[in-house]
Design a protein around this ligand. Sequence first.
Ligand SMILES: Cc1cc2nc3c(=O)[nH]c(=O)nc-3n(C[C@H](O)[C@H](O)[C@H](O)COP(=O)(O)OP(=O)(O)OC[C@H]3O[C@@H](n4cnc5c(N)ncnc54)[C@H](O)[C@@H]3O)c2cc1C
Ligand code: SF4
Ligand code: SF4
Length: 511
Amino acid sequence: MTGGFFEINSCTDILVEKNSPFFTSGGFYSKYSGQCGRNGHYKKCPFRPFSPLNSLYCRLEWVVLLLRGQNNFLSKRYILQAIERDSMTDKATPPVSANILVVGGGISGLTTTLEAAEAGYEVILLEKEPSLGGRVSQLRQYFPKLCPPTCGLEINYRRIKDNPRVNVYTLAEVENVDGVPGDYTVTVRMNPRYVTSECTCCGDCEKASKTEIPNEFNFGMDKTKGAYLPHNMAFPQRYVVSPQIIGTEDARRCKEACKYNAIDLEMESKTIDFKVGAIVWATGWVPYDATRIENLGFGRYDNIITNMMLERLAAKNGPTQGKILRPSDEKAPESVAFVQCAGSRDENHLPYCSYICCMASLKHATYIREQYPDTEVFIFYIDVRAPGQRYEKFYDKLKNDDKVFLIKGKVAEVSEDAAGNITVVAENAVTGEKIRKTVDMAVLATGMQPTTASVKLPADLNYTDDGFIINDFEKGGMFATGCANKPADVVTSNQNATGMALKAIQTLVRR
Ligand SMILES: Cc1cc2nc3c(=O)[nH]c(=O)nc-3n(C[C@H](O)[C@H](O)[C@H](O)COP(=O)(O)OP(=O)(O)OC[C@H]3O[C@@H](n4cnc5c(N)ncnc54)[C@H](O)[C@@H]3O)c2cc1C
Ligand code: SF4
Ligand code: SF4
């Protein structure tokens, strides 16, 4: 069986930092060294093995690109070619059996897949979106180390590519599961991408398209065209034609623009039956719909955004190229308020603690402080949950920042004035006084809801009242991991996903 699906020849897309080790330590220039060489990750570059000769080669390559004007030193992307070896949904003879099926290609699904495959088991990984990475690929940085998440993801992509026991299908969704532990038949719908593995990511179809579609990856803060790359770090690096333009003049324009004949508008969805012994559900989470928290004004006031929107604003491949600007007038904010537990720990919304949003807001304070040294940050909280020594340390650092103000008090209401300023009203839980704070913009620390809260999976699974999948280890065979099972950070998701790889393997061994 052939596995993996990519052959990446070189860095596909580099976000250049001013303090890149390319310039400072002379490290191996790669996507890793460009972003986090300080952690030594550059030695794990997926594109070329670390050696002095390769290091020199990469630097020369970088200079050539620079001279050609194909990058600048402040975050402009450049694309070298990522070449697919095997295609995915359009594979001529897809493998129809494997030991384990993993559903969901976020950090949890990737981890389960790799842990099981590297232990010698054949794994099929399904992802419903056109690219892997899940929510983590939307983050600007990871707490607590503040590394770019693309680093960890790319290492996993490299491991997938190198492992013949892994087969990945994007745009794939489970329609039905029959059978018992050790012997499942899973019917999967493969949706069309309308773009074949001949795609070179030249972008001509995107230029030709006249349709504009709100960009979901950036929470609608900008638009994509009718043909688009999901985002510049997308894996696979392959364009997609939106189903919204199929059958229109715009689709024809895109096809005509493609000189590689990579657009196939006749592609149709198809179903495939897979035989597997165990299934791991890694279907993740969605941000809680903030428009439902009526007293917090999201959707009514332009300058109230959510924490995930802030991640995209701060990301160099985001809608503002990494500049945190307030939406109404693109002003650099001089003060920002964070509203913790926005929806979480509230019987009317999410009754549970979402686990990560205290740490996320502390991290967001670092984004703001880095960009705007004089900007004040006000964090309104019920309790600060920063579990474990490393998170506690991170919290301590922020507590000692004289521009960061942590205020114990639940926000009761917000309003926006004619100039777009936001007033946050809360009761200080320590002093009992009512606080009114007017800021340039506010960020709601909205929590996580499992994707299975709204749509249940077509399998015999049990759920909590909030929609998280309950693991039934007695029954075995099917397991949930990561945020499909509970709210979790990346480290916890990884640990849990490794455990579920073992549970899946035990199902096979005990058969
Ligand atoms: C504002 C914010 C900031 C955060 N920052 C950090 C941080 O700095 N550090 C940290 O450790 N954690 C952070 N987190 C938490 C982190 O995002 C999660 O731990 C992580 O996303 C969990 O990964 P997952 O794979 O379980 O789920 P997801 O990332 O949601 O991945 C699930 C995948 O499954 C796919 N999928 C869903 N349903 C199906 C289906 N039916 N069929 C096929 N595929 C499907 C999805 O498309 C997705 O690709 C943050 C969270 C928030 C809200
Ligand atoms: S024009 Fe063709 S090759 Fe170029 S990005 Fe579009 S689909 Fe890919
Ligand atoms: S992590 Fe913090 S902000 Fe999020 S729900 Fe828990 S206490 Fe509230």
